[in-house]
Design a protein around this ligand. Sequence first.
Ligand code: TYD
Ligand code: MG
Length: 436
Amino acid sequence: MAKARALFVCQQCGYSQSQWAGKCPSCGTWNSMVETVSQATGSKRQEVNKAQVLKLSEIKVLEKERVKTGEKELDSVLGGGLVSGMVVLVAGEPGIGKSTLLTQTALHMAQNKYNKILYVCGEESASQVALRVRRLGGKGEMLLVESSDVDEIVGKIEQEKPSLAIVDSIQTLTTADLTGTAGSVGQVRECASRLTTCAKRLGIPMFLVGHVTKEGAIAGPRVLEHVVDTVLWFEGERSQSLRLVRAIKNRFGPTDEVGVFEMTEVGLMGVDNPSQLLLAERVKNVPGSVVSVVLEGKRPILAEIQALTTSSQLAVPRRVATGIDFARMQMLVAVLMRRAGLHLEGEDIFVNVTGGIKLADRGVDLAICLAIASAFLNKSLPAEVAAVGEVGLLGEVRKVQGLDKRVKEAKRLGYRVASAESGKSVAAAIKKLLGE
Ligand code: TYD
Ligand code: MG
């Protein structure tokens, strides 16, 4: 076996050398040299003929058996449960609840005495994990490994052969084959690939925790997405209790499921009825508040959009968007000015989605427009209206997918949906609902 050697490889052109450089000597790209393990082997040619050619009709499709984690919301995002050898990356900002969710999952699975759970604490000490287990009221047994050396961890996994391995977090691990520090792109990628190989070889499902920072640090989950089978993205505001867990990649299931959780004193609780939670504190009949129905995966959720406008003291008025895309808000403000004749030029505009959730569904456009118009005109919408519709640059309201699902959910909570059918343009919708 040839010795592993560390090389710095340019991610743009593939040039490699044994020393790091800020700028690739070959193509001149800055910051593109990433440390990589190179296996210099002399006997590669002999293995060339090993690949088999298979006939599609002769390939046996194995229906993989699913193991339920016991966390209902997590199982549904995973597509029904864990599959042997499945590697799941759980990504999110620090402090959002990744360790909490995985500890809970471990405890659930540990209730079955045939399950052996291995929890690798790279970040915290074993006693911190034990403290969290106590806080969560867990009783099950599990094995804890305090280590940050990936090769040692792989060794322990091979020795113990657990039924589930949890690695918290991938950014704390290193391999001695590379010189980079923990958390560098090279280390994160190499450690993840060694763990993945181990999970596949032994057929063990594995969770990897990956931190993302607000700026989207480069050594974060993005560099791992292609290595793992499934990427679960944790969303939510740390100051709020609602958490969404979204599958953004899943080789073993759909990516349109969303798990909804609430962070409580005793851990993360699955939420069956997120709309009720989001609308619980809504103040009705106040200008600037509009309810919309968004589709989160397959699930319709009612959310409240709030807007506030005040005449600006600044040369360039302030526009602040929380929970929606800033560029989208600017576009909608432009549409309101040009297509609905609202004079928002000198106004500071703030838009906020309550509950700390982020909405990417275009169906929320109409509600944003109505909220801004309602705040600006100082008139409130009928309290039972939920606005749904995408808004185009011509000021037209467009239909959205899954309208019947949204109408049904709105009805269940006592709301009536105003959508493309009830007004052909934003201007018409404002006239109809705000009486202007
Ligand atoms: P944690 O799972 O440690 O976050 P991450 O692993 O994503 O960094 O969660 C940390 C926060 O969650 C912390 O601020 C405390 C809070 N928390 C609760 O509110 N209730 C609980 O039962 C637990 C375990 C944590
Ligand atoms: Mg943690």
